[in-house]
Design a protein. Structure first.
Length: 634
């Protein structure tokens, strides 16, 4: 152990003059280097001894090599997600990004799952739902930026504890290298003081100035294979079109003898960094099913189907999944409209006058609505043509409230708009024309803490400690997609109306407010229009501002930019290729990851664009995530 501390102290004590020599012009995009280093070892179910040492040594080495390092040890899921979010924000300004993870991990289908320390290995469904998907890291790192080059290093196992499915290679973003400590389906060994892979890599990073990174990793992989007698076979995936060197030719090595003092880890593999089933594959599947068989969460059955698409309980899992989805799906009356009194038990909807200058309390007439509806454009790729007038339904823009505890809604007409962007994040491409075929209503504000707690009081929603005592007009936050489904199901019963989450297309249609600019207020960010970091008061770190603190867009919706990320009904897809063009939700079986839109109060102005989108696991609660409701009008 004293050797490890000696290495860290000596590397950390390198003179500042040497650091300047390694990173000439460190303020320029070309030499800017940012790293996120995570080492997780204190798992309650299956602890690991060395990932903390790995993270400590890797972080110190990267600092000596000119990297700005974010270092986290024994991170929970929320801490990992927040660190990844901050990492992405720091990368926005450009430069080289490096993500390093040491700890438990596994593969299921084409997913590489990295486990936070609060993952519970006793419940297989939780491992899938609560693990951090490598794809989410790659999405953040793949956003366009000056001088972009991505390095991802994973000292974790890639075995499939469920022993099912194929080991598929994920799609690799451009200018990205991923170095895996082992091959898909296999284990990575821990060593005496470091992971076998990390111990070999640390020396290679600092010993040979001028060595190109691909050549260096090939050499490391060959050394690990040879020392382990082919038991551990690292793999490399790269789309780099330009070279990178940790040290340029002519620069002095970073005290290579000190790294060597950590000891030779190459042959010291003592245990695995994988999640090992305690029983046979058959018994593990039985244990998986037994842990979820009474669950009321769709995400648990989706997790089982992802692990065992042809498992012995697959048919039953699909049946229960369909039943749960049917129970939460809005029920729309397709019978011809006719005058009918509301049931005595339900109060008639309260019509509220729309904001001036719109007439109240009646709906806006078509002639009036035509000025406010979005402009329709022809399909666009890559540059949209000039807009033209849309056709609109007779339903105009107004306000409606279905019950005393219901959120206030804005009614919107049918129309067309250009969704996405060809100039921002790759996940927003291609920009494409979408036609909203039927009028719908969407929340004027995000669901508030008061409205959420009304559902909690009715025992229909879970208590969320973080919003149990905040002011009632604060947007509800720390809400998962599964939580939001419980709320809209309860609201549908209370109001007798078919409440749901908006589709992603409906959300952007409403958020743009008839505009085609980057923000609903124009092409440039302006202070005072959104509740976000550095975007003007009111703002505080701890929680979002109360709903309606900032101006509404031209449709009367508040806080579509900033405040809280808002869940929508769609599954996550890495781009809009193949997306529906009729405004419906883009869903598919076994959907574990859902879309969030709009940015949050803790994000900077770069997340406030109308096209901004991101994702999280459906069962995950993150402090910046909330939602607004929608329903059909037909």
């Amino acid at each position: 152990m004293w050797r490890i501390f000696l290495i860290v102290c000596l590397i950390g004590a390198l003179p500042w003059q040497w650091a300047e020599a390694v990173t000439p012009g460190a303020d320029s995009v070309e030499t800017r280097r940012i790293a996120l280093v995570i080492g997780n070892g204190t798992y309650a179910y299956d602890p690991l001894a060395n990932p903390e040492n790995d993270a400590l040594a890797m972080g110190s080495t990267l600092r000596a090599l000119g990297f700005e390092v974010m270092e986290h040890k024994n991170a929970t899921r929320q801490e990992m997600l927040e660190a990844i979010r901050e990492f992405a924000q720091r990368l926005d300004a450009g430069g080289i990004g490096l993500f390093y993870f040491a700890g438990h991990g596994f593969r299921v289908a084409n997913r590489t799952v990295l486990l936070p320390v609060d993952a519970d290995g006793r419940f297989p469904a939780r491992l899938i739902a609560d693990g951090v998907d490598l794809e989410s890291v790659l999405v953040d790192m793949s956003a366009p930026r000056p001088g972009k080059l991505n390095l991802v290093i994973l000292d974790t196992c890639l075995n499939n504890p469920f022993r099912s499915g194929n080991h598929l290679t994920p799609e690799l973003p451009e200018q990205t290298l991923i170095a895996y400590a082992t091959a898909p389906g296999y284990f990575a060994a821990d060593g005496a003081r470091h992971g076998r892979y990390t111990g070999t890599l640390l020396k290679a990073m600092v010993e040979e100035p001028g060595r190109e990174v691909l050549e260096m990793f090939h050499s490391v992989h060959a050394d690990v294979k040879r020392a382990s007698k082919q038991e551990q076979n690292p793999t490399l995936s790269s789309s780099l079109s330009s070279g990178f060197r940790f040290l340029e030719a002519g620069q002095a090595p970073v005290l290579p003898n000190l790294v060597a003092m950590a000891g030779d880890e190459s042959g010291a593999g003592t245990r695995s960094r994988g999640i090992l089933p305690q029983n046979s594959a058959e018994q593990y599947e039985l244990a998986f099913w037994d842990s979820i068989k009474d669950s009321s969460f769709a995400s648990d059955y989706e997790a089982y189907l992802q692990a065992y698409p042809k498992g012995r309980f697959a048919a039953l899992a699909r049946a229960r999944l369909e039943r749960l989805r049917a129970a939460t799906a809005p029920k729309v009356d397709t019978a011809p409209a006719r005058p009918q009194a509301e049931p005595a038990a339900k109060a008639a909807p309260e019509r509220i006058p729309a904001p001036a200058p719109r007439a109240a309390p009646e709906r806006v007439r078509p002639a009036q609505a035509a000025k406010a509806v979005p402009e329709s454009v022809q399909p666009a790729d890559p540059v949209p043509p000039a807009p033209k007038k849309p056709s609109t339904d007779t339903a105009g823009i107004g306000e409606v409230k279905d019950c005393p505890t219901c959120p206030l809604l804005i009614t919107l007409p049918r129309g067309s708009f250009t969704m996405g962007s060809n100039s921002d994040d790759p996940s927003e491409k291609p920009a494409h024309q979408v036609s909203i075929g039927e009028p719908f209503a969407i929340g004027k504000h995000e669901v508030t803490a008061e409205q959420w707690n009304a559902c909690v009081a009715a025992t229909a929603c879970p208590r969320v400690a973080s919003i149990a005592s905040v002011p009632g007009n604060t947007p509800a936050f720390d809400i998962s997609w599964d939580d939001a489904q419980l709320y809209v199901q309860w609201l549908s019963k209370v109001s007798g109306k078919p409440y749901r989450l908006p589709t992603e297309a409906e959300w952007e249609y409403a958020a743009r407010g008839g505009t085609t600019t980057r923000y609903w207020w124009g092409e440039q960010m302006r202070p005072g229009n959104a509740n976000c970091k550095g975007c003007g008061d009111p703002w505080q770190q701890e929680m979002p501002a109360k709903v309606g603190s900032f101006a509404a867009n031209s449709y009367g919706l508040h806080d579509v930019n900033g405040s809280v990320w808002e869940w929508v009904g769609d599954c996550w897809h890495n781009s809009y290729r193949g997306a529906p063009t009729d405004g419906r939700a883009w869903n598919e079986p076994n959907c574990l990851v859902r879309v969030i839109r709009g940015g949050s109060w803790r994000d900077g102005s770069g997340y406030m664009l109308s096209s901004t989108r991101f994702k999280y696991g459906a069962s995950v609660r993150v402090s910046q995530n909330g939602f607004r409701v929608a329903r059909d009008l037909k």
